[in-house]
Design a protein around this ligand. Structure first.
Ligand code: PBG
Length: 330
């Protein structure tokens, strides 16, 4: 027992704003934010995503102007997601290895304009396959080791284009080790690996698959490689393996429904944790806000703060630009 009423009154520490500010255990800063952006082919091309209010897909020529406000406000990193045209998709996702593919062109353009902004490249084949899976299929099964070989090449391709953080999101076994080795062999010893170590087979990715136009291509589901939402112990094993294989930081995804997993990993491993507030969470919140059911700024800031409290170091969020603006003015 640390104290007893009436000598102890916990409300004293909540008495006024100055006291609350002094006593706060966690704080959100612009340094914590990563902004995911969707890139499309074409010129002066900008399209809306029906299930993600206010989020756009933009072509490479518009990209710098689109991200500049976030960079000016101090957002340190962007996560790039290319929308691959249907004609360029095939069974093996070979467009992932094209040095002139959309993500590589976007990375080169952004590095030219904003050399100090960190670029995070998603490594998985689903934007490039005609079946929408993250690896290659044999007899209807996503085969592990053959997929890992391609993913390692995809990582090299992105590193060559200037991507700073390779973020494997495919959930194949052994890919972090294979990617680390491939990067090192090519001399990319400082290219960081931000591994989607704990990624659940989640319904919350629905709007993202709309954004990438891969939702209606996907045959079946991703349950043979992404994790079962029922499992927590397994997350510990996934993180341990990825650290051993050379991951510099780990992503836990989705975000809000999985805060317990962030806390579990925080208590267990001294590793930087990134949480991903995914598309479905964004859509839910924006719908409630649009209906006037919840206050816009307060909703965004409270949800992001909760990630910090759970133990995250950084947060990928579609609200990064808005959160940066709010932080600047508050
Ligand atoms: C690709 C990938 C997905 C997301 C990030 N990378 C979708 C999936 O695995 O189906 C989801 C992000 C979001 O929902 O915001 N492997």
């Amino acid at each position: 027992m640390f104290g007893q009423f009436p000598q102890t009154r916990l409300r004293r520490n909540r008495y006024d704003d100055a006291t609350r500010r002094l006593m706060a255990e966690n704080r959100l800063s612009v340094d914590d934010l990563i902004w995911p952006v969707f890139i499309i082919e074409g010129n002066k091309n900008e399209t809306e995503i029906a299930s993600m209010p206010e989020i756009k897909r933009v072509s490479v020529d518009l990209l710098s102007r689109y991200v500049e406000p976030a960079i000016k406000l101090g957002v340190p990193a962007l996560a790039l997601f290319p929308v691959t045209a249907k004609e360029k998709r095939n069974a093996n996702g070979s467009e992932a290895l094209n040095p002139n593919n959309l993500i590589c062109r976007a990375a080169r353009e952004l590095k030219k304009q904003f050399p100090d902004t960190a670029l995070i490249g998603d490594v998985a084949l689903d934007p490039y396959t005609d079946h929408g899976h993250d690896g290659i299929l044999k007899d209807g099964y996503v085969v592990n080791d053959e997929s890992v070989e391609i993913l390692a090449e995809q990582a090299i391709n992105q590193a060559q284009a200037g991507i700073d953080f390779i973020a494997p999101s495919d959930m194949m076994d052994g890919r972090v080790g294979a990617i680390r080795q491939a990067l090192d062999n090519k001399g990319y010893i400082n290219t960081r690996i931000m591994s989607y170590a704990v990624k659940y087979a989640s319904v919350y990715y629905g709007p993202f698959r709309d954004a990438l136009e891969s939702g209606n291509l996907l045959k079946g589901d991703k349950k043979t490689y992404q994790m079962d939402p029922a499992n927590r112990e397994e997350a510990i094993r996934e993180v341990e393996l990825d650290i051993q294989e050379g991951a510099d930081s780990v992503i836990i995804k989705p975000g809000m429904p999985y805060l317990d997993i962030i806390r579990t990993i925080r208590d267990r491993f001294p590793v930087p944790i990134v949480s991903y507030q995914v598309s479905g969470e964004y859509s839910m919140l924006m719908n409630a806000i649009a209906n006037g059911f919840m206050h816009r700024e307060k909703t965004i800031m409270e949800t992001l703060l909760c990630f910090k409290r759970a133990g995250a170091n950084a947060i990928m969020t579609y609200s990064a630009l808005e959160a940066a603006k709010i932080l600047k003015t508050s």
